[in-house]
Design a protein around this ligand. Structure first.
Ligand SMILES: NCCC[C@H](NC(=O)CCC(=O)O)C(=O)O
Length: 444
């Protein structure tokens, strides 16, 4: 039986825009109200995903969500025809309308936490959609995320789907962006590392002062329980509150892991030495901690370039490649670091740069755009095959984007009722292309 890691990238939705919705996410705030290009955004994402498929990786795509989210607008009292709901919301609650139009589901690292079958007690792959309660525009994602995941990983012999955690800040959960699985081989039991920003029920515990800590220890522990992991294969680490206050809103902005490599910034964690020792003890065998010192890459440069929001992938020869945003090549300190890294004796032997600037301008790098699912042959064969990216799906999706997407969108355009029609027509067609069934409210 073969084991591997598959990546499921979020297809950027037709309403991709810069609304400045994410307090604590520097790029989102800095680019607020700029013109976005949804067509270019979707194509940049597809290009990156296709390049990985061409490298021999198993690559899937996850459908975007229905936006504008009229269902939520109706739930808070806007009524009438779809057009009336949109227009009333634009007049009376423009900030809420912007939240209901975000294409933020593209960042599938926040879609769910996934534990592969090698780690769980019942030998099945477990999924829990993230509740994303810290941000209004993201808190409306989990239900549809669950629908989409169930439409793909539908075989209950292999896959278990949990409901998202209770919708309260004590259980703030941001999914795989704060979860890294380390292992020797994908098919061997690994160590699941949960990084949290704060302990919500302990008023004494340290936490950031300026920006929110979106992930709680309580949420991380709940996921570990639901996924039937145990003490031997879990490690809980607190993220350094000082870096959260400098714009590191998820752990995947400061650390990334693959197999037996953890690539992280020196300031990423609290209690680093003890926690890395715990990982070492629980993982057994070789482990590489590649720690980037502040003297080489400052937190500011890490946040700007997304050096750690890279994908660290194993190639067929066992060596690892870093999939980085072009922003890393444009930052002199980061480029120098990456050039030096390739000369060091570590498993990382290659860096490939991709232009994902449309997503980067909202604070989402290559790693934010993908959800990892480690699987074996039998599990892969049991998923919906129509979401796997090959030449034919790539061509079809590019044509679909060309047909339905605008190349310019401003927050003010979100009040345009035509956008509802465009978006629904596109998504309806997409569910047929990807054979997802009726996953959206408007289809039910
Ligand atoms: N993992 C990357 C997530 C980026 C995402 N940005 C946003 O939602 C910005 C949306 C806007 O401002 O229009 C977030 O902060 O959760």
């Amino acid at each position: 039986m073969k084991h591997f890691e598959a990546n499921f990238d979020g297809l950027v939705g037709p309403t991709h825009n810069y609304a400045g919705l994410s307090f604590g996410n520097v790029a989102s705030l800095n680019n607020a109200a700029q013109a976005a290009n949804p067509k270019a955004a979707a194509k940049q994402g597809l290009q990156k995903a296709k390049a990985l498929a061409d490298m021999g990786m198993i690559q899937g795509m996850l459908a975007p969500q229905e936006r504008p989210d009229l269902h939520t607008l109706r739930r808070i009292g806007f009524s009438g025809t779809d057009k009336e709901v949109l227009q009333k919301a634009a007049e009376q609650a423009p900030a809420v309308l912007r939240a209901c139009c975000s294409a933020s589901s593209m960042w599938t690292a926040n879609a769910a936490t996934v534990s592969p079958s090698a780690d769980t007690h019942d030998g099945r792959v477990h999924f829990t959609p993230a509740n994303l309660v810290d941000k209004l525009h993201r808190s409306i994602e989990p239900q549809t995320t669950g629908n989409i995941l169930k439409a793909i990983f539908s075989d209950s012999r292999y896959f278990v789907h949990h409901q998202h955690l209770p919708e309260h800040s004590s259980f703030g959960d941001e999914g795989a962006a704060n979860h890294t699985r380390l292992c020797q081989e994908y098919g061997h039991a690994g160590v699941e590392v949960f990084v949290y920003g704060q302990e919500a029920t302990n008023p004494q515990a340290i936490k950031p002062k300026k920006f929110p800590a979106r992930q709680t220890l309580e949420a991380s522990k709940a996921i570990a329980r639901l996924h039937r992991l145990d003490e031997d294969n879990t490690v809980f680490i607190q993220q350094n509150p000082e870096v959260i206050d400098q714009g590191v809103f998820h752990n995947d902005v400061i650390a990334v892991g693959n197999r037996n490599v953890l690539f992280h910034h020196e300031q990423a964690f609290v209690d680093t030495k003890a926690k890395l020792a715990e990982i070492r003890a629980k993982l057994e065998g070789d482990i590489h901690f590649i720690e980037v010192p502040t003297a080489k890459v400052s937190i500011q440069d890490a946040v700007k370039s997304y050096l750690f929001n890279t994908q660290l992938l194993s190639m067929s020869d066992g060596k690892m490649v870093i999939i980085a945003p072009t922003d890393c090549a444009e930052n002199p300190a980061v480029k120098a670091y990456l050039d030096e890294l390739l000369t060091l004796d570590t498993p990382i032997q290659k860096v490939e740069y991709f232009d994902v600037k449309q997503s980067m301008q909202n604070g989402g790098g290559p790693a934010c755009l993908r959800l990892r699912v480690a699987m074996n042959d039998a599990e892969l064969a049991a998923i919906n095959q129509h979401v796997l990216l090959d030449d034919s799906l790539f061509t079809r999706l590019n044509a679909w984007v060309d047909k339905h997407y605008r190349d310019r969108l401003l927050p003010a355009d979100l009040a345009d009722p035509q956008l509802i029609v465009e978006s629904r027509t596109a998504l309806d067609e997409l569910t047929q292309i990807m054979k997802l069934g009726s996953v959206y409210q408007f289809q039910r």
